[in-house]
Design a protein around this ligand. Structure first.
Ligand code: ADP
Length: 262
């Protein structure tokens, strides 16, 4: 519990600090981008070399602005809008987007459990979580590999809860994202959820992906755990509390609905 609390406090402090800085920085960037834009337009085609330099500067400033947008989004404690949803449908619906983000050298596999329980979660943010995990997996497999997204019904028992601070024993839906990539050292794994912790090059990683995952899962009364073996790959397991009753209007297909209910 103490560990979870420490992490939450850290996220909040960093979030507030970041929000303030990002906001001011964004305003300063506007005073750079505006004039550069005017300059580039005025120059037209009269001086292509000078124009090229201006465009380079503009490009850099726009990228910085993009980063501050992401920081602002991170620091804003966006309220969740949970809805009842079928995790299998959500994962299946993402396969096009996932395949596109993974590129051609990574094979995508989905293993969807039959009779899956429904969950109560913010659909957009859960999609974002899965996408974040997939992008990390892709980055860990520069030479290609396999990404598996798996769903399962899962009981976390009291022993598991006792061993994992902050976990409430009960019935969860597991969404696991596994890659066959580089894996993490124990040192990286220990810091992976920290905001701004990244091992990636400047401009490639913000170190916010996993801390966003952590924040979402905590807010959703769930649990997230990383298993990683150096040189073998990584599995990130996201557990979300199951919905006990499926909402009435969703039981359109009686056969399927019956098989999913306990
Ligand atoms: P970012 O991806 O911007 O670096 P994250 O918070 O998503 O930020 O990840 C933090 C760090 O955790 C990464 O820089 C990387 O070192 C490590 N990491 C995350 N996911 C994986 C993975 N699937 N395989 C190996 N390392 C990972």
């Amino acid at each position: 519990v103490e560990e979870a609390l420490r992490q939450a406090q850290k996220m909040e402090a960093v979030g507030q600090l970041t929000g303030g800085i990002a906001h001011d920085f964004n305003n300063m960037l506007a005073t750079v981008i505006g004039p550069l834009d005017v300059l580039a337009t005025r120059l037209g085609d009269s001086d292509p070399r000078t124009r090229r330099y201006i465009e380079l500067a503009l490009d850099g400033a726009l990228r910085a602005a993009q980063l501050t947008q992401r920081l602002l989004a991170f620091s804003r404690q966006q309220p969740l809008q949970p809805v009842a949803l079928d995790p299998n449908r959500l994962v299946a619906g993402m396969s096009g987007l996932l395949a596109h983000s993974l590129g051609s050298s990574v094979r995508l596999e989905t293993v969807l459990a039959g009779g899956i329980w429904w969950i109560h979660a913010d659909e957009n943010q859960l999609e974002n979580v899965i996408l974040n995990l997939a992008v990390n997996a892709r980055d860990a497999m520069p030479d290609g590999g396999r990404l598996t997204v798996e769903t399962a019904n899962c009981d976390l028992d009291h022993r598991y809860a006792a061993d994992n601070a902050g976990v409430q024993a009960g019935q969860y839906v597991l969404i696991a994202v596994t890659d066959t990539g580089a894996g993490m050292t124990p040192e990286v794994m220990a810091k992976a959820f920290d905001p701004f912790f990244t091992t990636k090059q400047v401009g490639r990683g913000t170190g916010l992906g996993l801390s966003q995952v952590y924040g979402f899962v905590k807010q959703s009364a769930g649990h997230v755990k990383i298993y990683s073996e150096l040189g073998q790959g990584t599995t990130v397991k996201v557990y979300l509390p199951r919905l006990l009753r499926r909402p009435q209007q969703q039981d359109a297909n009686p056969a399927r609905a019956a098989s999913a209910l306990p």
